[in-house]
Design a protein around this ligand. Structure first.
Ligand SMILES: [Zn+2]
Length: 313
């Protein structure tokens, strides 16, 4: 089937009490690993592209790779989504290139500027059948080498979220309730401190409206251990516990973004393959193939243990 937008996919997730995983893609192996796992487990798929991935691979390569994936799995509903679009022009370019969903991230602007920028993207996107995700509040951590310190982050105001959705017409909203981007999520705090009360209040004010959770990788210690055992050096990494994410997947949270966990799974697999098992290997197909398998395994695990999106298509 052709690419779909997030409208029906997230409505079904809301009413079904599960969340759809939004996995970041940057090359052929990530696209293949994610879509293979989703197809095997009959889970809808959101493939998202950050501005950094666009710089790395170009929108042409990424859209063509996704085209190959939907050709390979004709029954799989797939959304191609722009993650953290920083301005109108990038959103417009992605829409013109065939993306079916975009995020406009005006969270670093004043409230009025964020409303006006987000509305301009909605006005361009909706007549073309493209859905739009906005962001309100500021999520801390490191996203695509842009860092927001903990003390510069702030929680989403529920009353403002209600006003924002009404004024802009966005289809989903990323909120800040204490999650954090990157692999060093809760440095110094050692554990997640989430404001479930904010989510509950937003859910009350915006019934049936899909909420998006960013900064939701769990940073499995097994990957960190393998990376460090085979020549890496990643210290003090921590993430969002999977049982908390699983609980959230049954609420208004309908889209859960996962990027860092994929990066760690790939890095751990390649390091182990080259350092331990195949020190003489110089054929990239060997370690890229292992990376693809690692992506597939991680996505299958998330679908079953975190998102609850198995057998939903
Ligand atoms: Zn994000």
């Amino acid at each position: 089937m052709p690419l779909v937008n997030t409208k029906k996919m997230l409505e079904e997730a809301y009413s079904g009490g599960y969340a759809v995983g939004a996995f970041n893609i940057s090359n052929m192996e990530t696209v293949q690993g994610i879509t293979t796992a989703c197809s095997e487990l009959r889970s809808p798929a959101i493939l998202q592209v950050s501005p950094g991935a666009i710089r790395h691979s170009s929108p042409t390569y990424l859209t063509k790779l996704v085209e190959a994936a939907i050709f390979t799995y004709p029954d799989l509903p797939v959304v191609l989504h722009l993650d953290h679009g920083p301005d109108f022009d990038i959103c417009k370019n992605c829409i013109d290139m065939g993306f079916t969903s975009v995020m406009i991230d005006g969270s670093n602007l004043s409230y009025e500027e964020n409303v006006s920028l987000t509305k301009s993207v909605v006005d361009y996107a909706h007549p073309k059948g493209v859905t739009v995700e906005g962001e309100l509040g500021r999520i801390s951590g490191m996203e695509d080498k842009i860092s927001t310190a903990r003390n510069e982050s702030f929680y989403t105001e529920p009353a403002q979220a209600e006003d924002f959705v009404k004024k802009t017409g966005v289809d989903s909203l990323a909120i800040a309730i204490g999650t954090s981007h990157g692999v060093y999520k809760f440095k110094g705090e050692r554990k997640a401190q989430l404001r479930f009360d904010i989510l509950e209040e937003i859910q009350k004010r915006l019934p049936k409206f899909p909420i998006v959770l960013h900064g939701s990788s769990s940073i499995n210690p097994k990957f960190i251990k393998d990376i460090n055992k085979f020549g890496g050096k990643i210290q003090y990494a921590s993430g969002m516990p999977e049982e908390i994410l699983n609980k959230l997947s049954k609420t208004a949270v309908c889209k859960i973004n996962i990027d860092s966990d994929l990066r760690l799974a790939i890095t751990a697999a390649i390091r182990k393959y080259l350092f331990l098992d195949h020190p003489c290997e110089f054929d990239p197909r060997g370690y890229f193939g292992i990376a693809r398998k690692a992506v597939e395994g991680l996505v299958a695990h998330k679908i079953k243990e975190v998102l609850g999106s198995e057998d939903k298509i």
